[in-house]
Design a protein around this ligand. Structure first.
Ligand code: HEM
Length: 427
């Protein structure tokens, strides 16, 4: 079941309307095209006037419990608006005891952070000591923070005495179709995904966990995500940087979570209720994309740009009809992104996508350095591998994207109160 927030979604004093902020920005702007069109009131693409929709309001007072949740947060949790992902590597000196201590520290810290509290004194009484908490989130609301911790393949090497606990399905990802990986963005021994509705809250969480890990792990690669490029039911579907709605057909029902996301009856009892996390940093070639005709963009994705409807339908949530034909051809190109990825054409496989947009500013050529922090959760890594191999071999989208970062982690279930993440591994 998707996790429920501890506080309900009622508009709170801290609520900020994105639409309100945008409208304000447009009005404050120097008489640009949008302002003129909105004043004329005739443009189909102008913002609709009126109060913000309920799901357009960010309630920063929402907090999620960390302990006793069966599954870690940040997987089925309704996607927050920002995300920081960090992959860590083990220090050479890290041993079994150090790994245990780190997981215990991270668990205790995550529980406190998710309640909107610092992990220790921001201003210690002894002025010559560094503060226990770095302080940049002091006084901020919990902002729906979830901290999700994953274990990389090296956790199950001989070094920690955990080889017998390695799930049979868990190995490094093989080379996949479409890989164009930067050696600095591959793999990792532990992962932290911190998602929240306030970017400073996410960053603070990851920064402080990294600090707690010093001497045991060191940060290896990281991505700062924004824009909630994936959504469940009842939300306005967000858009990726190609301008298309992303998340329309995603895992959302409890039944699909049971079938495709949570590990049950696996070979490792400690992993019941866990899942596998795949992270891909996918650069988009935005300058090229932005010169493409919208008709071609739609053919590539297999959906209409503005309302997100499949090319065979009229409304966003219409089921795509992959056999619908015009006089000469199929309406949805069989090598469009959705035709290749859809479960109908994929042996029934589904994955939980929980992606965010990212930008790293400009590259050395002055081009937009941006794309998708693609994160998927599945109870069998082969589900991701099979879909990616189909996409990487045939997807029309490949001309506009590059898979530059990649990692896989196994995500243990959430600990009970008084325990820590992965504790049964060490029993
Ligand atoms: C930059 C890279 C990507 C972009 C821009 C992108 C964009 C999209 C868009 C616009 C949709 C249609 C809306 C929706 O149903 O959510 C979609 C659907 C989907 N994508 Fe991607 N995607 C990307 C990468 C991937 C990757 C790497 C995978 C998995 C290996 C993937 C798997 C899927 C799946 C399973 C669907 C649902 C298809 C359906 O059931 O209709 N996507 N994607």
């Amino acid at each position: 079941m998707p996790d429920e927030p501890a506080a309900q979604d009622a508009p709170a004093p801290t609520g900020v309307s994105r639409r309100g902020m945008l409208a304000g920005a447009l009005l404050a702007g120097a008489g640009g095209l949008a302002v003129g069109a909105a004043a004329g009131g005739g443009a189909a693409w102008a913002l609709a006037p009126g109060p913000p929709a309920a799901d357009d309001v960010v309630d920063l007072s929402v907090s999620y419990p960390f302990y006793g949740q069966t599954h870690q947060g940040g997987i089925a949790t309704e996607p927050q608006r920002h995300c920081v992902f960090m992959s860590f590597r083990f220090d050479e000196s890290a041993d079994r005891g150090a790994l245990q201590a780190l997981l215990a520290r991270w668990s205790a810290a995550a529980a406190v952070l998710q309640q909107g509290n610092p992990i220790g004194a921001v201003q210690p009484e002894v002025a010559v000591r560094p503060p226990a908490d770095t302080g940049e989130a002091f006084g901020l609301s919990p902002a729906g923070l979830t901290v999700t911790v994953g274990l990389g393949p090296k956790v199950f090497g001989t070094r920690f005495g955990l080889s017998a606990q390695r799930p049979a399905l868990f190995t490094e990802l093989p080379v996949l179709n479409g890989d164009d990986l930067d050696p600095k963005l591959i793999g990792g021994d532990l992962s932290v995904q911190a998602c929240a509705d306030d970017p400073q809250v996410c960053y603070h969480a990851v920064r402080n966990l990294a600090r707690l890990g010093r001497g045991i792990v060191y940060p290896y690669w990281a991505v700062l995500g924004f824009g909630r490029a994936s959504a469940g039911p009842g939300q306005q579907t967000p858009r990726n940087l190609l301008g298309f709605k992303d998340g329309t057909r995603n895992i959302a029902t409890a039944d699909d979570y049971r079938r495709f996301v949570w590990i049950t009856n696996g070979d490792q009892p400690w992993l019941e209720g866990g899942t596998y996390q795949v992270v891909r940093k996918i650069r988009m070639l935005l300058e090229t994309w932005d010169t493409d005709r919208v008709g071609n963009q739609q053919q590539i994705i297999g959906r209409h740009k503005e309302n997100g409807a499949p090319l065979s339908g009229n409304h966003e949530f219409d089921t795509p009809d992959f056999s619908a034909r015009t006089a000469d051809d199929l309406v949805i190109d069989p090598v469009s992104h959705v035709a290749l990825a859809a479960h109908e054409n994929n042996g029934g496989i589904m994955i939980r996508r929980r992606s965010y947009n990212y930008t790293d500013g400009l590259d050395d050529n002055g081009e937009l350095n941006a794309g998708l922090l693609f994160v998927s959760y599945q109870n069998d890594p082969r589900h991701f591998i099979d879909i990616q191999n189909r996409l990487g071999a045939h997807d029309l989208l490949n001309e506009y994207i590059r898979h530059i970062g990649s990692a896989i982690f196994v995500v243990p279930p959430a600990p009970e109160q008084g325990h820590y993440l992965g504790q049964p591994l060490f029993a």
